[in-house]
Ligand binder design. Structure first.
Ligand code: GRE
Ligand code: ZN
Length: 319
């Protein structure tokens, strides 16, 4: 069975490695993020992963001043294009975008798809406290829509005001993890998606498709509640809140390798919009592969999760 993994991170010496949420494994994770060659391919082979769609680790270039972000994004995307070109059967690319400069970011996405052959872009949450429903980001959303490629909305650490309000007074490593993979950035990614919905993004960009990881960032679990409470007050929207989620959201597994959230996402989002991912190197590819192989689903559904839905969404060449 072909296996395509969608949330697989790398970094470069220029970009550096994240420190939050990698307690005790910082050096190992950093080394794995930097390795876009033999070590990574060995880890993929050991888990039977045929193709990684590579993305830079958070926050990529989104924390930089606009002009610096534009330059750094171009360098980063050019480097990723070289990695993909060296192993086109094993790697594909999601662009990193200079979101602090939205017009330039839209153009960079066009360049990445049309010239470098990338299959979409990853956006790491807020950009210095601004969210994608902000009309200033329209050039990015319009470019994705016109190109017919998805945006992958990935978590990132919160803006300082959120950090200070919610995480002050805790031991530093606990605060950083609670704000990150321990809870906070998953909740905030779901909130970001709902902001996009109630902000009218999908009325303005009806063809935009959005991917989130971590089995839907808790959205499947709480969608009925969000729909019941928000739809009656969001009277400016053309549709109900849940309709936008059903028609614009795709969900990958990334490190959520337990059955209850899978069953919830399958029942709410549906098997046709769910995809395999590991969240390498933060999660273990072998654990991901065991989870995929052990899922209590019909063989045809396992094929959709492993590669079929990815081939359709990303228009991947078939092997
Ligand atoms: C990530 O996916 O970007 C990530 C981190 C740090 C810890 C866990 C994690 O950057 O999934
Ligand atoms: Zn990730």
């Amino acid at each position: 069975m072909r296996v395509v993994a969608l949330e697989e991170h790398f970094t470069t010496p220029e970009l550096g490695a994240p420190r939050a949420g990698v307690a005790g494994r910082g050096e190992e994770v950093a080394a794995r993020l930097l390795d876009v060659g033999e070590g990574r391919l060995e880890a993929m082979d050991a888990a039977g992963i045929d193709l990684q769609v590579l993305s830079s680790t958070a926050p990529a270039t989104q924390h930089l001043p606009p002009a610096a972000s534009v330059d750094a994004s171009r360098r980063l995307n050019d480097q990723l294009a070289e990695v993909v070109a060296a192993h086109p059967d094993r790697f594909a690319g999601f662009a990193s975008l200079p979101t602090p400069a939205p017009e330039e970011a839209g153009k960079e996405l066009v360049r990445c798809v049309e010239e470098l052959g990338f299959v979409g872009a990853m956006v790491h949450g807020h950009t210095q406290g601004r969210f994608l429903d902000d009309p200033g980001f329209a050039p990015i959303l319009a470019a994705a829509e016109d190109l017919g490629v998805p945006l992958y909305l990935h978590p990132t650490l919160p803006p300082p005001a959120v950090r200070d309000a919610y995480y002050a007074g805790l031991p530093e490593a606990v605060a950083a993890t609670l704000a990150g993979p321990g809870w906070g950035w998953h909740a905030e990614t779901a909130l970001h998606v709902l902001r996009m919905v109630v902000g009218g993004v999908f009325d303005r960009h009806p063809r935009l498709q959005l991917i989130v990881g971590h089995m839907g960032e808790n959205l499947p679990f709480s969608l009925a509640r969000a729909d019941a409470t928000l739809s009656p007050v969001a009277t400016h929207l053309a549709r109900r809140v849940a309709d936008y989620v059903h028609e614009h959201l795709w969900v990958t597994m990334s490190a959520y390798f337990t059955l209850p959230p899978f069953e919830c996402a399958r029942s709410v989002i549906g098997i046709d919009r769910m995809l395999f991912s590991v969240d390498y190197p933060f999660a273990d590819p072998l654990a991901g592969r065991r989870f995929l192989d052990g899922l209590p689903v019909p063989p045809a559904d396992r094929e959709k999760l492993a590669h079929g839905n990815a081939e359709r969404l990303l228009r991947l060449p078939l092997p």
